[in-house]
Design a binder for this molecule. Structure first.
Ligand SMILES: Nc1nc2c(ncn2[C@@H]2O[C@H](COP(=O)(O)OP(=O)(O)OP(=O)(O)O)[C@@H](O)[C@H]2O)c(=O)[nH]1
Ligand SMILES: [Mg+2]
Length: 359
């Protein structure tokens, strides 16, 4: 899973990226501002895994991961500018966005529009993305119409449906609504997935609120679905991310920080993407696996290994919540809480699975 970090110049994208990843990338003060992309894969903190690890005492503990990509250089006008194609490619490839809005005031750091105004900045980039999607929709429509003209009756009949669907997308975008708020059938959604429309992707709005700012004052809820918001003292958390655990604890105490926004941000971005986790647990390894919401037991088994999906017989299942309550796998089994599930079972977030299979 890849999340792209976007936002206006000097909003603090690289700072937030550093806070998330503990990286030591140079912030814009020292880079050229050219097209530049950095990415880092980090583990998703999960208290359930910590707890499972304490119960099973495995040789190895494995968390799920998420990749953050720092995409520099987003500005008003990019939608129609010279780099638009290359930019759109990068943006289209991520699974969702982390949209950084500048909330901090600092005379030494110029704001592209002069004054701090997170709501305006959100609307600006949302507007650019609408425009980029509108251009992609138009380009596709043109291609379809060309094909129909050239091939006449030999043209694929499904192109007519596609043209209708794209008319619908266009009308919605022209109404200045992001595609994430357009209701589509499952088939329609699948049909447009490959186009990577920017306004259809989930977005976590992150307000970089500045030092000592009261977290709650800057919260800004985006006016569309598949979105959430969170605020963070970016510069401060980026510094803390460089410290070892003991120093970080001291630092947090000194500044009166109870909880870092970092973990909340990672969890929120994970949830926003609609990803769920199931676990496998034993003496060798306790491990979290991500799967898409709604996956069946064989599909979940396939996340572990394709052989397990092919040879799937049944899954032994019990929920993490039961284990947390009863304390051990032995107690789960004694209480009759372990179930045997077949091919149609839809795996739930927090299920602990043992796959029985033919090898
Ligand atoms: N005072 C203050 N300065 C910050 C904060 N966050 C970032 N900065 C500073 O703002 C400047 C820009 O931050 P970056 O993280 O480089 O911003 P960016 O969005 O990556 O910028 P570009 O990559 O050029 O688009 C740097 O000098 C940071 O040190 C903050 O919370 N408070
Ligand atoms: Mg940057």
């Amino acid at each position: 899973m890849r999340l792209g970090i976007i936002g206006l110049p000097n909003s603090g994208k690289t700072t937030i990226y550093n806070a998330l990843t503990g990286g030591e990338l140079l912030t814009s003060a020292a880079t050229t501002g050219q097209f530049e992309i950095n990415s880092a894969t980090i583990r998703v903190p999960d208290l359930r895994i910590d707890h499972l690890s304490a119960i099973y005492q495995p040789r190895k503990t494995t968390y799920t991961h998420i990749t953050y990509v720092d995409i520099a250089g987003l500005e008003e006008g990019i939608g129609a500018g010279a780099l638009a194609g290359q930019f759109r490619n990068e943006l289209a490839q991520v699974d969702g966005f982390l949209h950084v809005l500048r909330g901090f005031d600092d005379e030494r750091v110029p704001h592209p529009y002069g004054a701090v105004d997170p709501a305006r900045d959100l609307a600006t980039i949302d507007g650019e993305f609408l425009l980029m999607d509108l251009l992609s929709v138009g380009a596709r429509q043109e291609r379809i119409e060309n094909e129909r003209r050239v091939k006449g009756k030999r043209a694929d009949p499904s192109l007519t449906d596609e043209l209708l669907l794209f008319e619908k997308l266009k009308a919605h975008l022209e109404d200045e609504q992001p595609l994430r708020s357009l209701r589509l059938s499952r088939a329609e959604d699948k049909r447009i997935r490959g186009f990577g429309f920017l306004t259809r992707k989930s977005v976590l709005v992150v307000i970089n609120s500045g030092d000592g700012a009261d977290d709650s004052t800057h919260l800004l809820d985006p006016p569309y679905p598949k979105a959430a918001s969170v605020s963070i003292q970016g510069a401060l958390e980026a510094e803390i991310a460089q410290l070892d655990a003991a120093d970080a604890a001291l630092f947090m105490e000194e500044y009166g920080i109870v909880e870092l926004s970092r973990s909340r941000m990672i969890r929120l971005s994970y949830d926003l993407l609609g990803i769920r986790s199931f676990f496998t647990a034993g003496q060798d390894e306790v491990r979290a696996w991500s799967f898409p919401d709604g996956a069946t037991a064989p599909q979940a088994a396939g996340v572990i290994h394709s052989d397990l999906q092919r040879g799937f017989i049944r899954a032994e299942v019990f929920p993490y919540a039961d284990l947390a309550e009863l304390g051990s796998e032995f107690a789960i089994k004694s209480a009759g809480k372990q179930r045997l599930e077949g091919k149609d079972y839809r795996v739930l977030d927090g299920d602990i699975l043992n796959i029985r299979h033919n090898s």
